[in-house]
Ligand binder design. Structure first.
Ligand SMILES: Nc1nc2c(c(=O)[nH]1)N[C@H]1C(S)=C(S)[C@@H](COP(=O)(O)O)O[C@H]1N2
Ligand SMILES: [Mo]
Length: 228
């Protein structure tokens, strides 16, 4: 690990420490009665959440606009309630620690795509760079298509929440949010903004696109937590 990487890891761990108590309480971490079936998945939940069925063809679901964002023009900003707003260009994203993580993708409409291997950057590392202010509690993730979705900060800090730019070893296809999208394996997939271009840190919660239209704020697959 070089010095820059060490700094990022230290900042990530310090940030997680601040949210430790809240993270320990969240059902995505520890749920005495998770609803679902099958053997435990990577985070100890039943592999198939309640009301889901497995698909092997990854469907495309979005507002119908697929923004074409060339990598040269791609930008990702982390701003709002942070000490230091940051804007990354594509090369900056690739210069951050890269991780691969295999995770499942649960759509609120009832399908689950298992074992997708995502490559990208931990959202926690981006947040660690920008340093959420005291009192920061939630994020609004924004996409180039105008989409938005809110996520609690302690959920966003989980190790498997990535700004993903590859899937199964190949560049993330445009229809699935390429050049880069967020994935939130412990929450329903609408919480992962495709074509992500802004991570807005908020003090307090506010509904995003689907949340304003009746979807749940918390979106927990193992609690059948689909609608408010
Ligand atoms: N930018 C953006 N992100 C989005 C959406 C969208 O319309 N725009 N749809 C969400 C919904 S409702 C789902 S189910 C997943 C679907 O991801 P997929 O098309 O890769 O299966 O993306 C989520 N992220
Ligand atoms: Mo969805």
């Amino acid at each position: 690990m070089d010095e820059k990487e060490q700094r990022i890891v230290a900042a990530r761990l310090a940030l997680r420490d601040r949210f430790k108590a809240r993270a320990a309480r969240t059902p995505s971490r520890a749920d005495a009665r998770p609803l679902g079936s099958g053997p435990p998945n990577r985070h100890g939940m039943p592999k198939l959440p309640v009301g889901q069925s497995v698909t092997t063809k990854w469907p495309v679901l979005d507002l119908g606009r697929h923004p074409e964002v060339p990598r040269e023009r791609w930008r990702l900003t982390v701003d709002g309630a942070v000490e230091e707003p940051v804007t990354l260009a594509w090369a900056d994203l690739l210069a951050l620690p890269q991780v691969e993580d295999v995770s499942d993708f649960h759509c609120v409409t009832g399908w689950s795509q298992m074992d997708l291997r995502f490559g990208g950057v931990r959202l926690a590392d981006l947040l660690a760079l920008a340093r959420p202010q005291e009192g920061a509690s939630h994020l609004m993730l924004h996409g180039y298509d105008g989409y938005s979705t809110n996520v609690a900060l302690e959920e966003a800090l989980e190790d498997d929440v990535l700004v993903a730019h590859t899937v199964n070893g190949a560049p993330l296809p445009v229809e699935h949010g390429g050049p880069a999208r967020v994935v939130t394996p412990r929450l329903y997939a609408w919480k992962g903004a495709k074509w992500v271009n802004r991570v807005e840190v908020m003090k307090g919660d506010r509904p995003g696109y689907w949340e304003e239209r009746g979807y749940s704020d918390t979106a927990r697959p193992w609690r059948d937590d689909r609608y408010r």
